[in-house]
Design a protein around this ligand. Structure first.
Ligand SMILES: C[S@@+](CC[C@H](N)C(=O)[O-])C[C@H]1O[C@@H](n2cnc3c(N)ncnc32)[C@H](O)[C@@H]1O
Length: 280
């Protein structure tokens, strides 16, 4: 694909994910084929949901020449925020994900001023770098991992920090669903998703009969990512157990709510800036 995608053109990014994902999405089950449309229609809280907190925070962590690593990136959103925060300063950024689709979308972007970009398919639990990055960003990745893998990923990201480097983790508090809530989940989530897609006026990136089963699969996978970390303190304890010192923790936004079994379920987002406690 010619690198001609604008980093802010959400409908075009959604179409690219849909098309590229047909060939490239495998283990994710088509997550990245529908993700762009869900982000564009405001069904999922992409990175922009945390922009107000992330932008000023990243502005201070991106001096000229910063070597940055993004661990898990469903689309170019995190890269875009990082570039905006850097305000034209030179950045050397490595973007990784388990699935090649979002990386192919990122590779198809119009070249960005000041950016040296590398993309790489990587399971974050295999990250094997020592002291390589001044800044590591992980946005909503950890719920995709089992508890032992989360620990492993955090330890590996910590080891990949250069002296004085920072690991920024965006994570949401969530609670697992009761059996009653779980029974309601898929239908409630899908009904909200379709309502938002219609209200947004976004065109589907392909035929509805191809999009619909992938959206159903997306809904069905979602409860697996509702971890048992229901307070910022519980998330902080997980980070500290991996040898990270918490430099700051800022509350960001509550994500959109879902009514399940007569109860309102919401997730609250937090931005943690951490550093390697073993180097302190
Ligand atoms: C919810 S998305 C990230 C959302 C984030 N807000 C964004 O805008 O990119 C989580 C991403 O982590 C990726 N992922 C899941 N497990 C992974 C792993 N073990 N290693 C690397 N990436 C992984 C998924 O493919 C997905 O793209």
């Amino acid at each position: 694909m010619t690198p001609n995608l604008a980093i802010n053109d959400l409908p075009a990014l959604a179409r690219a994910g849909w098309t590229l994902g047909e060939r490239l999405c495998t283990a994710c089950g088509g997550f990245h084929r529908v993700w762009g449309t869900l982000r564009s229609a405001g069904v999922v809280g992409g990175v922009e949901a945390d922009e107000a907190v992330l932008l000023p925070l990243l502005r201070d962590l991106t001096p000229d020449g910063t070597r940055a690593f993004i661990g898990g990136s469903a689309d170019p959103g995190i890269l875009e925020i990082l570039l905006r925060a850097a305000q034209g300063r030179m950045l050397d950024v490595t973007v990784t994900d388990l699935c090649p689709t979002p990386l192919a979308v990122i590779d198809a972007l119009v070249p960005q001023p000041g950016l040296t970009l590398t993309t790489a398919v990587l399971d974050i639990t295999d990250l094997d770098v020592n002291s390589g990055y001044d800044l590591i960003l992980s946005h909503s990745l950890l719920p995709f991992l089992t508890p032992p893998d989360r620990h492993e990923a955090l330890v590996r990201m910590r080891r990949a920090l250069a002296p004085g480097g920072h690991l920024v983790i965006a994570a949401r508090t969530a609670a697992p669903l009761s059996s009653e809530e779980a029974a309601d989940h898929d239908a409630a989530w899908l009904s909200r998703a379709w309502a938002r897609i219609s209200a947004s006026g976004c065109d589907l990136p392909g035929p509805r009969e191809a999009f619909e089963p992938l959206l159903g699969a997306f809904a069905a996978e979602r409860p697996k990512r509702l971890w048992d970390l229901s307070t910022p303190g519980a998330i902080a304890a997980m980070l500290q157990a991996a040898g990270l010192d918490i430099v700051s923790c800022q509350e960001s936004r509550a994500t959109t709510t879902l009514n399940l079994a007569g109860k309102v379920k919401a997730k609250q987002s937090y931005m943690f800036v951490t550093r390697d406690s073993t180097l302190a």
